[in-house]
Design a protein around this ligand. Structure first.
Ligand code: WT7
Length: 572
């Protein structure tokens, strides 16, 4: 191993004094319970509500009339909301949900692109003690059905365009009592006629606030459930890692269909008092720089695939924009390559700060703080109040420098509370008292963590987590397909792309046209982002004697690597 390049932080050059200025010392004496009273707001009865903490508690302060959201749509439409506006509108939403019969603990799912009502309906749902779920707008009927059925959602909030995907499956969802179409004038009239004050529900720390479906190696996606008290972790990481100060303009490029967009585009970011920008349009290099410039963005949280796409267009494009307000940039979701950090330094004069976490962890876990040196290529060190270690498969800590499972001691506020209706799956995450993340890595002598790869077959394509089983299931629905094995294939820009190996029915003729048809099939039925960009027809899939597809062998073959132990393999 070559010695890593270090980006040294010199406090005398900080444009803004970081909210956290000494990691090691603060870590030593840190406890979540100690900071809770100071950092978040409890009701006098000791209960809380994450939406109240994110937004409404600020109404007694000078934040009330501050801009909470600068929203820009795909076609340049613009809207501005103050904290008071967001509070009042989410109150109206909560009142409307109550009129529709929604009670504490009911599931309200939101299937919208990044329009203001996505944020408003999410908060309104939490305020009345119901559980909010978000659905990425690329989902098609199969992905939607799996999630709405498993959660037993009572209400779906969507728009005209997306609602057509629900029509086909609505008959199979007996718990779904209402579909609210936010761009229907009747709905708008109903919403705006609601009172803008609301009795916000007082919740216990462990009461469920939101849930998000995420993929594993096997089976359908699982509903990761987070509690109201998670806001403490989301708030504190936004304050200390994103380093949000009251005069910052913050832009997170994630979609709330994924956890980043919930923890750091709704809960933690607003709780910290950020003025944030949401741009709902597609990725476009010049448009992104224009957003950074025009809104005077000072903190920018994005992802490696996006950074690599910007990189591909070159530094000259950056120089055409005035990005002098930018002071802190961060990344999440997939490995951040050293070249991307070096490019950031050239293009913006700033290093990207890598952060590692998961849907299950609810907040950033391994991080690079504004005040700490960056070892280029490392994910950083554990956040305050979180213990991380590298352990073997039996949950025994491994020596420094040894590769193993990245594992955490459960117990910080935003650690998932359960897996919806699947206690067994929830328990399977834990070994010997450790939460096993599913990622492999190693820790160096200074306590910095380095990423190696996934321990399982989960695919990360453009930072989005895709379960191979879901894609395989969608493929075998096609009449030409007997069976399919799906892997993530390394890709320079997207991190990985989805590749499918397909066994066709005997009388079907393989062709490029058929490949295209199969890709389209997945796009149309499962999700717009989870389709195989590459397909290979194959006579037979490698399987264990018990009939399980051995994706690791498909991957090894694809990459020209040794196939490894095949003793459990059926004849191949
Ligand atoms: C998986 C979790 C965390 C919010 C978005 C993703 C991968 C995440 C990094 C990073 C290398 C990373 C891991 C992890 N991942 N951050 N900084 N470096 N890999 O949440 O969809 O639950 O995905 O994303 O494999 O397990 P998610």
């Amino acid at each position: 191993m070559e010695a890593p390049q270090i980006f040294h932080k010199d406090p005398s050059t900080f444009r803004t004094a970081p909210n956290l200025n000494n990691y090691e010392d603060t870590r030593k004496s840190f406890s979540w319970d100690d900071v809770a009273d100071k950092e978040i707001a409890f009701f006098p009865d000791g209960k809380l509500n994450a939406a109240y903490i994110a937004v409404d508690r600020h109404l007694n302060t000078d934040l009330a009339s501050k801009v909470a959201l600068y929203w820009e749509g795909d076609n340049g439409e613009k809207e501005i909301f103050t904290y008071r506006d967001i509070a009042h509108r989410s109150n109206q939403f909560g009142n409307l949900l109550k009129k529709k019969g929604v009670r504490r603990g009911d599931r309200v799912f939101i299937f919208l692109p990044r329009v203001p009502l996505l944020y408003i309906s999410f908060l309104g749902t939490l305020k009345i003690g119901a559980i909010a779920g978000t659905l990425f707008s690329a989902f098609q009927e199969q992905a939607l059905f799996d999630r709405l059925e498993n959660s037993g959602a009572k209400i779906l909030v969507t728009n005209k365009d997306l609602s057509t995907r629900i029509e086909k499956i609505r008959g199979k969802l007996p718990n779904l009592s209402d579909v609210l179409v936010v761009d229907d004038p009747n709905f708008s009239a109903q919403l705006t006629s609601q009172e803008n004050s609301l009795e916000i529900e007082h919740m216990e720390k462990d009461d469920y606030a939101f849930m998000l479906y995420t993929s594993g190696t096997t089976g359908k996606p699982k509903g990761v459930v987070h509690k109201h008290y998670a806001i403490l972790s989301q708030h504190l990481t936004a304050k200390f890692v994103l380093d949000i100060h009251k005069d910052d303009i913050y832009w997170c490029t994630a979609d709330p269909g994924w956890v980043t967009g919930i923890s750091y585009e709704i809960l933690g970011s607003w709780s910290s008092g950020a003025t944030q920008v949401v741009y709902s349009g597609r990725f476009d290099t010049e448009k992104w720089y224009q957003i950074l410039q025009d809104y005077k963005v000072s903190i920018w949280y994005t992802a490696p695939t996006a950074i690599r796409m910007l990189m591909a267009k070159g530094e000259e494009v950056v120089k055409r924009f005035s990005l002098s307000n930018l002071r802190h940039i961060l990344s999440v979701g997939e490995p951040l390559n050293p070249e991307a950090i070096r490019w950031g330094l050239k293009a913006f004069g700033l290093p990207f700060h890598d952060t590692w976490w998961q849907t299950e962890t609810g907040c950033m876990v391994l991080v690079n703080f504004p005040c700490t040196d960056i070892k280029i290529g490392s994910m950083g060190r554990p956040f305050l109040g979180i213990d991380a270690e590298i352990v073997d498969d039996n949950g025994n800590p491994l020596p420094t420098g040894t590769e193993g499972n990245i594992a955490l001691i459960p117990g910080w506020p935003s650690m998932m509370q359960t897996i919806w209706n699947n206690e067994e799956k929830y328990k399977s995450y834990f070994v010997n008292g450790w939460y096993i993340s599913g990622d492999r890595g190693w820790k160096d002598a200074d306590g910095y963590f380095w990423f190696v790869g996934r321990a399982d077959d989960v695919i990360k394509t453009s930072g989005e987590r895709v379960g191979p089983f879901e894609v395989e299931s969608a493929l075998v629905e096609h009449p030409a397909v007997v069976e399919a094995g799906v892997i993530g294939k390394p890709d320079e820009v997207r991190g990985e792309i989805i590749k499918a190996f397909i066994v066709l029915k005997p009388n079907v003729t393989p062709s490029d046209l058929l490949k295209e048809e199969l890709s389209q099939h997945v796009k149309k039925h499962l999700a717009g982002h989870a389709y195989p960009r590459e397909i290979e027809f194959i006579d037979k899939l490698p399987k264990t004697r018990s009939g399980k597809i051995m994706r690791r062998i498909l991957k090894a073959k694809e990459m020209g690597m040794p196939i490894g132990d095949t003793s459990t393999l059926e004849e191949y």
